[in-house]
Write a protein that binds this ligand. Sequence first.
Ligand code: GDP
Ligand code: MG
Length: 609
Amino acid sequence: YPPELIRNFSIIAHIDHGKSTLADRLLELTGTIKKGHGQPQYLDKLQVERERGITVKAQTATMFYKHSIQEASCSDDQGPANFLLNLIDTPGHVDFSYEVSRSLAACQGALLVVDAAQGVQAQTVANFYLAFESNLTIIPVINKIDQPTADPDGVKAQLKSMFDLDPSDALLTSAKTGEGLEQVLPAVIERIPAPPGKSDSPLRVLLLDSYYDEYKGVICHVAVVDGALRKGDKISSAATGQAYEALDVGIMHPELKSTGMLLTGQVGYVVSGMRSTKEARVGDTLFHSRSTVEPLPGFKPAKHMVFSGLYPADGSDFEALNHAIERLTCNDASVSITKESSTALGLGFRCGFLGLLHMDVFHQRLEQEYGAHVISTVPTVPYIFEYSDGSKLQVENPAALPSNPKQRVTACWEPTVMATIIIPSQYVGSVITLCAERRGQQLEYSFIDSQRAFMKYRLPLREIVVDFYNELKSLTSGYASFDYEDADYQESDLVKLDILLNGQPVDAMATIVHKLKAYRVGRELVDKLKKVIDRQMFEISLQAAIGSKVIARETISAMRKNVLAKCYGGDVTRKRKLLEKQKEGKKRMKRVGSVDIPQEAFHELLKVS
Ligand code: GDP
Ligand code: MG
């Protein structure tokens, strides 16, 4: 395959606009997967992805497609040429825009899918700009034209006014009925440029992603930018200087298919005997060991926006959790992990995530795929504190902040985001109120068309990490769309809020909050805890405090009766059943001091903003 016959593209869309369905149809149309293969959304392989309807991990699929180009330069009637098309999937949620830009680095074009009834939404805007900044050719695809409320002309007008896209360039499709799908791949071939690499230059391979496979070991997902990569080649990493042999080379079709080589412009995989995915640095350049090349620009490192502690739910399981986390991070390099210990919870990990959904997905995968039971502490964002001696410290764990610092804190900063919100006009008032409550600053307010408003806000990250999206959705009957990108730090008035059980601060429950919100948050935390902690043999006092000042308190009175007292009479089986039931409940408990805290308690704490 000469580069002229290769096209690398991805599909970008707001969630639910039909990206996965369209990808499936294209794979079927090219015979890459069978029609009615029984697994809707082929590229969404993970259980989490199927359940949540989101794409977490970018996948690639290579397709072959015959097409004749009507161009003067190749007019000598050779009939249709066989093109090699690489569809590079992108994750579909705000948390993963970092991964979206990574996937786009291997593409020259993108299909921008917009729902014909819903029109442009917040992630359409965000994804458009990601593609635009990467200089990709953008093909607008107005999908779901079969719906009765479809308004393709209205959407064309939006594409024109918001992105200056020519309405006559838009393809109209229904991934459901199949209407218009035949135009998609010809448009990809005719409009998207071939990959620009040079076949006769020394090999340069961009490492896009990696994962660990039981049988093959580390599999690197790569794009060959210049030159050709063959099985048996000796290759080196620009980042580590480590040398490897290309043991297996091939394409994703969409299962791994050995081809023995990858030529300029191709996207595929290479297995090179790496022992851990830690050796496979995303954005790294691989080259022939004896040549000298300029490394490719690579990617900005992932920015961790949300941190949380992960502890084994059952104290003895630390090694098992350690193992599960190690295995999972082999396939999700975007999580940062450091060991930490908590007086309340024992040994655990501090994990950095791209966002709250990423954190949720990570937990879910740990439990589903690796059978781990975890307790996670209240998520926090990376704050910066400055002390009177002039030192500055990034704080990823509230517990790291002394409650009564000997060194006085002289200033603190919190990370902010630039948020894009699109809503039907009638909800403008309530959304402005919500954003004000969340300490937002409005930067832009305009109308996309007669029915929909577009707003830009600067919001503290802390305020959107907890339940912002859900609240926005419920305020607007589900119609709001939301996306954000990280912005600067801003100075802020922050305090550490401690939770005390029977007078003892529980380090794993400490949070950092804005001073103005401390009283309300303290009250809510104490109320929530009172609801979820069971009565025990003794009285439990719950307090929220800033330094030595208690701002909220509650008491859980002692249990009056012994559960087993009911079994008096000696019904052994009943007694055993009760004990077993109690044990089952305990499994998800964590003993803090002398108090049993259900896992649920930590979960409830996440929901307080
Ligand atoms: P994604 O989140 O962008 O990947 O969207 P999906 O491909 O998962 O599609 C979201 C929903 O829209 C699914 O229920 C699809 O069956 C449905 N859908 C996709 N394309 C069409 C279409 O052309 N017409 C209609 N009516 N529904 C569609
Ligand atoms: Mg999808």
